[in-house]
Write a protein that binds this ligand. Structure first.
Ligand SMILES: N[C@@H](CCC(=O)N[C@@H](CS)C(=O)NCC(=O)O)C(=O)O
Length: 234
């Protein structure tokens, strides 16, 4: 069977992994989950007890959670080095360095902003404090990432890689939460512009929007979340 990527909407980080699958070029399927709806129903815990996306159902039908673990699964199958580099190369080291940073401090900096946005029942005092703290953290993490990268259309190497895919799924939250103008970080902005214009990312964004557009052909269709839970859930 083809692996199935369960991606979340709205604005899930998993959108970047859809772009990665397009670059990888091997057959895959998608499963769409509403993070504010279906994901919060008890049955979803059979797929991920931590109630998060992304989740990969591997070609053996096993459940794999956590972005870094899913990225490693893709990398191990990237014999043609379309999304990764020779494992012993400097480029591979840097790619993993960027991926780890994006998946930890960079992504985590947005948590207070999401918490403030989704707080139920509302607590305006706490929400204001979270927003102030979150904005400061997001700006600081952007400053650090800007320092880490060279001026280049890609995060590492001379082509897109897993690191770029992971970046675009998350970096757009800067605009969503209206933290700052993206051009404040010119190197980062240049990478984002390159990747956002890439057909794989355009496809991934359209899929997340629920649009029906043609991609590379590697995606063999969607499966409903209910069916995925029934077939593969624990
Ligand atoms: N450690 C996990 C974190 C994944 C994560 O935070 N996913 C978000 C969406 S991007 C999520 O599912 N949040 C739960 C929610 O929105 O309720 C990973 O790296 O995959």
């Amino acid at each position: 069977m083809e692996p199935i990527l369960i991606y979340g909407f709205p604005a899930g980080s998993s959108m970047g992994l859809v772009a990665v699958l397009e670059w990888l070029g091997k057959p895959y399927r998608l499963c769409r989950v509403d993070m504010l709806g279906e994901m919060r129903k008890p049955a979803y815990k059979r797929i991920n007890p931590r109630v998060e996306t992304p989740v990969l159902i591997t070609d053996a039908g096993d459940i794999l959670t956590e972005t870094m673990a899913i990225a490693r699964w893709f990398e191990a199958r990237d014999e043609e080095r379309r999304i990764s580099f020779d494992p012993k190369s400097r480029q591979a080291d840097l790619m993993h360095q960027h991926m780890a940073y994006i998946n930890t401090g960079f992504t985590g900096a947005f948590s207070p902003l999401w918490t403030a946005l989704e707080m139920e029942p509302p607590n305006p005092t706490m929400q204001d404090a979270l927003r102030v703290y979150g904005r400061r953290a997001v700006i600081e993490r952007h400053d650090k990432l800007e320092e880490m990268i060279d001026p280049s259309p890609f995060l590492c190497g001379d082509r897109s890689s897993l690191a770029d895919g992971m970046l675009i799924g998350v970096a757009r939250w800067l605009d969503f939460h209206e933290v700052a103008d993206r051009t404040r970080w010119p190197k980062l902005d240049a990478v984002r512009r390159t990747i956002e214009a890439d057909p794989a990312a355009v496809y991934a964004q359209a899929v997340e929007n629920g649009e029906d557009i043609a991609g590379s052909g590697a995606c063999k269709g969607h499966m409903a979340i209910g069916e995925v839970i029934e077939r593969f859930g624990r």
